[in-house]
Ligand binder design. Structure first.
Ligand code: ARG
Length: 437
């Protein structure tokens, strides 16, 4: 193995066993001087403890950054405004965190004048791609080392043994049977029995959400306020983004909202079974989309859905720092200028249902929509509208015929025998109904 003696390597450090062992491994097998950097995106419990553990694992310096605020402001909110859900379900918590962690890695590498950075991702997942490409985009001159895919292949027991011998603190609690990644925007759980896609997720998978069956029987109503696409309040009370997301995770989680179970296509070509807990993300995506329904013209809604898929894909695939992202985000930002208003949701046993919406920028017009008094819609004009709108259809019917044909008018339907008319069969019930009306 190449000896990189004396060179500095900055390692993305989670405080877990893998990355703790990696600190020692990089030193011993590559001769590297290791500096760790830990970004707290909302799941690192005690920052001092993490710093201490990094040093005890052999790091020359351990940097710990509370990055929750920038995470929400510059990564979570843009993804929310884009309505970005990978494969229409996954709110992308892990995928959004990686580019920020990579950015911290690069910052510290610059400070240290280091030529090497490292991360603890395996060679089978998406996270390695996100780290490698984010670093490539921000600092193409840096070399990335990923010990877990390049030689540090130890079983968990071997890692514990390796750590023990070197006085690296080893976990005292029983190892979770799953691979878990957490941040403010959600909790990702994979592996273990979940690898059997037929197996329902066991209870111990979930930590943020109550089993919907055991959630309160009484629904909870909440109101989320948005300003230009950014959530700013709950129940009329303004608060910062981090607080809002934390609050919603707690409240919606208590009502069993936010569980997602999906078969997902990894970039590397593997289909994998993923469980997510993302109470705040599910509530906010539902609310944001509902507000957009009120204020965006239908063409924007339709086009934006395509942009949403594209945006989700680029986040998932590790292309956060890319020209494509810059261009899409200019469009998305522009669409948000009217997205100000409030959405009322009911949280109940696993569901978050929109029950009310209001906005000063609403395109919803009561005068146009109403069937009651004050109707401003000219119904007579509809005739002319349909005349022109249907012109090409009439033309087709006249010149090519539309009363038969595959799919739209199958033969079986065309030759449907005329049975007794419904009016005859249900005449009593029908007349009753008419009377009441
Ligand atoms: N499948 C998700 C993604 O690619 C989550 C990955 C979670 N990582 C983990 N180490 N459990 O974004």
């Amino acid at each position: 193995m190449t000896d990189l003696s004396g060179q500095t390597c900055v390692l993305a450090y989670s405080g877990g066993l893998d990355t703790s062992v990696a600190v020692a491994w990089l030193r011993e097998t590559r001769g590297l001087d290791v500096v760790t950097v830990t970004g707290d995106l909302g799941s690192v419990g005690d920052l001092d403890q993490v710093r201490d553990k990094a040093v005890r694992s052999g790091a020359r310096r351990a940097v710990v950054v509370d990055a929750r605020e920038p995470f929400v402001r510059y990564f979570v909110w843009p993804a929310l405004q884009a309505d970005a859900l990978y494969q229409r379900r996954y709110p992308l918590a892990t995928a959004l965190g990686r580019p920020l962690l990579a950015k911290l890695l690069v910052d510290v590498a610059r400070e240290e004048n280091a030529k090497y950075v490292a991360h603890g991702s395996t060679g089978k997942g998406n996270d390695q791609v996100r780290f490698d490409l984010s670093v490539a985009a921000l600092a193409p001159d840096l070399k990335v080392i990923a010990p877990l895919r390049s030689g540090m292949n130890m079983t968990r027991d071997e890692e514990i043994e390796y750590a023990r011998k070197r006085g690296i603190p080893v976990p005292v609690t029983k190892k979770s049977p799953y691979s878990v990644d957490e941040n403010l925007w959600g909790r990702s759980i994979e592996a273990g029995v979940l690898e059997d896609p037929w197996e329902a997720p066991p209870r111990d998978v979930f930590q943020w959400t109550v089993d919907p069956e055991e959630a309160p029987a009484k629904p909870r109503e909440i109101v989320i306020g948005f300003r230009e696409g950014t959530p700013i309040s709950m129940d009329g009370e303004e608060c910062d983004g981090v607080t809002l997301v934390e609050k919603l995770n707690a409240i919606a989680g208590k009502h069993g909202v936010g569980r997602i179970d999906q078969i997902e296509d990894r970039l590397v070509g593997i289909k994998s079974r993923e469980i997510y807990e993302a109470p705040a993300a599910v509530v906010l995506h539902t609310a944001h989309r509902a507000l957009e329904d009120m204020v965006l013209p239908r063409e924007s809604l339709r086009f934006k859905e395509r942009v949403a898929d594209e945006y989700a894909e680029l986040i998932y695939n590790g292309l956060w720092f890319s020209g494509h992202h810059q261009d899409l985000s200019a469009y998305i930002r522009s669409t948000q200028r009217h997205v100000t208003g409030e959405i009322r949701l009911r949280l109940h046993r696993g569901t978050a249902t929109v029950v009310g919406r209001r906005s000063d920028n609403a395109l919803y017009s009561h005068a146009l929509a109403t069937y009651g008094k004050g109707d401003a819609f000219d119904q007579k004009a509809a005739e002319g509208f349909i005349q022109i709108y249907g012109l090409s259809l009439r033309n087709q019917a006249r010149l090519q015929g539309l009363a038969s044909g595959e799919g739209a008018m199958p033969d079986a339907l065309r030759t449907l025998p005329a049975g007794p008319s419904p009016a005859k069969r249900g005449s009593k019930a029908a007349s009753k109904r008419t009377k009441r009306a």
